[in-house]
Write a protein that binds this ligand. Sequence first.
Ligand code: C2E
Ligand code: MG
Ligand code: MG
Ligand code: MG
Length: 289
Amino acid sequence: NADIAMYQAKESGRNNFKFFDNKLNHKVDEEMKIKEGIISAIKRKEFTLYYQPKIHINSGEIVGWEALVRWNHPHMGFISPAKFIPIAEKSGLIKNIDKFVLEMACKQIKELVDKGIRPKSVAINISSSQFNDSNFINTLDRIIAEVGVDPKLLNLEITETTAMQDTYYAKMIFEKIKKRGISLSLDDFGTGYSSLNYLKSFPIDVLKIDKSFVDDICSDQVNNTIVAATITMAKVLDIIVVAEGVETKEQLELLKMAGCEECQGYLFSKPVPIEKMEEMLIKQKFSKA
Ligand code: C2E
Ligand code: MG
Ligand code: MG
Ligand code: MG
């Protein structure tokens, strides 16, 4: 639509250009640049992965990690995934990013294991387009075989919204993933519309409560109650609950009281580069020995 608007503005003569919304124009330009950029970024290896630890609340131990993509653009500098992932999703390029991320994460996990450092579990985000691609499971199998990574170390994060698009299909893919020894997380939980019935039938290991609920858990009684009820329900279904985006001790205290087992957030650690992750894993290994 924006392209059409621009075309029409041009067609109706130079003088009409002033009617064209400059902000929109800028946004379209930027989107185009990002779209073109993604294609070459994969080739030029401008994407890297950062890893954010998941913490067991009661013991304080790191129980897993989440791989989060980062784009260091040569001219535009650091671009947040919140900005380029939605554009990549719209243009279908997200599948290329997902494949790249999956392969890179598997390779980095394998390298750690070969050095004698075992991350318990590393979560990788899978977009809706990738999840719904008929080649997804083949791609997954190929990458795991090529890299030689232990699938038990992998966890795949699928958003609640993606899982609910076609619950029959989702369940089938979930079962294939689980058969391979890979664990599953339902990401951004609470932002979609799950019915308890589906949650019961999905072979999900982890449920991640969306940051938006955690944000005002201390001030909003309704959100607080929703989070507490979600945790209670998950326990009945034998699903581990992770709270995402925990930033304060007060939030942590409330989550703990509600029976939440694991959390992730700046209070413990921001996403870190692989070298830092390795350092943290080594520290943990020696503190236990
Ligand atoms: P997500 O999967 O829900 O990831 C959590 C996001 O919250 C990450 O943002 C993380 O850096 C951020 N976060 C974690 N703790 C805190 C906190 O305490 N405070 C605040 N303010 N933020 C926190 P990030 O890395 O910018 O990623 C945003 C979203 O982009 C992700 O949400 C995910 O949906 C998507 N994404 C990131 N990496 C990938 C990827 O490799 N593939 C795909 N398909 N999507 C990705
Ligand atoms: Mg995630
Ligand atoms: Mg999440
Ligand atoms: Mg989220």
